[in-house]
Ligand binder design. Structure first.
Ligand SMILES: [Zn+2]
Length: 253
């Protein structure tokens, strides 16, 4: 087992999040860095209120997809600030979460990764990219064309406009690979894993439950979202990701 300072930090965060999960009170940090947007459109002339109402189901599943990954990793209690279904001219809805150690680490990562830290860094990239992809994937699963696939649409959309879900996932994949080909290979693999994760009945039930509570115009506090997800998930006090089997621990932890 790798015993680098980074791993110690990581295990500490996992432990604190687990502690938070069972005690429901621990707050890791209050600094906000991330806002995930959907339907990023800056076109003039859109009646946003009407647009948001017409697309509320898409937005709700999209944001619920992001939030449920935080929940599975045991980070929702500590990280989730709120889910806002109040659109503005930049985004239609957003999950706002606290500063995340994985994201900080990945953004600061420069150059080749030491051999003994590679698996650790790669798991971080996988966690964050799954978190990015779970939004569009959940949205597509609930409202998209079943004969088509969200990943190809996301790639096309990112070609002509900024899309943080795609851009961040690609950035993280690039950080932990040494060629563009390998980065894309990892990205496609993560897209498939995201689909697999969302197809697990207990995970999808949690996504649906949260999405069905996200109505137009509300700003749901993170604690409320956590309660809804915990209720839908049901059962024990184990960290959800630990209940999904060894395969998921190997991929994401
Ligand atoms: Zn998103």
């Amino acid at each position: 087992m790798l015993q680098s300072p980074l791993r110690v930090m990581f295990l500490r965060e996992i432990f604190l999040n687990w502690l938070d999960f069972i005690t429901r009170g621990y707050i890791l940090s209050r600094q906000k860095i991330s806002s995930e947007g959907v339907a990023q459109m800056s076109t003039l002339g859109i009646d946003w209120d009407t647009y948001d109402r017409d697309h509320i189901r898409e937005h709700a599943f999209h944001e619920a997809g992001h939030a449920v990954v935080e929940f599975l990793l045991g980070r929702a209690r500590g990280h989730l600030v709120h889910i806002s279904m109040r659109g503005d001219h930049a985004v239609a809805a957003r999950v706002r979460r606290e500063r995340c150690m994985d994201v900080m680490f990945l953004h600061q990562l420069r150059g080749p990764i030491a051999d003994d830290q590679h698996a650790f860094a790669r798991a971080m990239a996988v966690r964050e990219a799954v978190q990015c992809f779970a939004g569009p994937a959940a949205e597509w699963e609930a409202t998209g064309d079943p004969d088509d696939h969200w990943f190809s649409h996301l790639c096309k959309a990112a070609d002509y406009e900024e899309n943080s879900d795609f851009d961040d996932a690609l950035l993280f994949a690039r950080k932990v690979t040494n060629s563009e080909g390998k980065a894309w290979l990892l990205l496609r693999r993560i897209a498939a894993w995201t689909d697999e994760l969302l197809s697990l009945p207990r995970v999808w039930k949690t996504v649906e439950s949260l999405a069905n509570s996200l109505h137009h115009g509300i700003e749901m506090p993170g604690a409320v979202a956590c309660e809804i997800m915990e209720r839908a998930w049901g059962g024990d006090h184990r960290l959800p990701i630990f209940t999904l089997g060894r395969k998921w621990r190997r991929r994401m932890l």
